[in-house]
Design a protein around this ligand. Structure first.
Ligand SMILES: [Fe+2]
Length: 199
């Protein structure tokens, strides 16, 4: 049975819980012996062991941090680009950071779907990321593009390296499939960056 908050209040007000020492676990709320509530995390029972979900969530946390840093770096490029191609590149970087915003959100929500919290502070992001936050390049388009491209390629390698372990080692076929699709999106974004270079 699923209880919402309103239902829970009705239950409390009607004194339907008569055993003061009994604990009821309803959704993510534990009713203690004093009828006070304490928020707990309800385990995600999705057919993947706790240890395996933890291992996958740890990898996704690093990925989320990388997405956040790359998103911020792409916004930096959008804001600070200079040169004769300013206008077209200003718009190009805007399109890329908008895509990264969506990808980042989907990674965080994937972590939640397997029963873990997403790292959501800038301190955590900088502790977890594989990427270098700030490059020393000039504010020209090819400088920004080169650095962003390297970051996308780094994320692609990370994702490719996790597809099989997620499925085979950790038995999480959903997240394996998810990062396969995510990798393809980064491959497309990397192509869009790479195509600016011509020998
Ligand atoms: Fe803008």
């Amino acid at each position: 049975m699923i209880y919402d908050d309103g239902c829970l209040n009705v239950i409390l007000h009607c004194n339907q819980i008569t055993n003061q020492h009994k604990k009821l676990n309803i959704m993510d709320t534990t009713i203690t012996q004093n009828n006070t509530t304490k928020t707990t995390t309800m385990d995600a029972k999705i057919g993947i062991s706790k240890e395996n979900r933890q291992a996958v969530a740890d990898q996704l946390a690093k990925l989320l941090a990388d997405e956040f840093v790359l998103y911020t770096k792409t916004r930096n490029a959008h804001w600070n680009i200079e040169g004769p191609d300013f206008h077209s590149m200003h718009i190009f970087f805007e399109g890329q950071y908008q895509q990264l915003d969506e990808l980042m959100d989907s990674v965080a929500e994937r972590i939640r779907k397997i029963g873990h919290y997403a790292p959501g502070t800038l301190t955590q992001v900088l502790q977890l990321t594989h990427l270098t936050e700030y490059g020393e390049g000039k504010n020209d388009s090819l400088g920004f593009i080169k650095e962003l491209l390297e970051d996308h390629e780094s994320i692609i390698e990370f994702l490719r390296g996790n597809i099989n372990p997620f499925a085979d080692t950790y038995k999480d076929l959903g997240t394996s499939d998810y990062i396969t699709g995510l990798m393809e999106k980064h491959e497309e974004m990397a192509w869009m960056l790479r195509a600016h270079f011509r020998k």
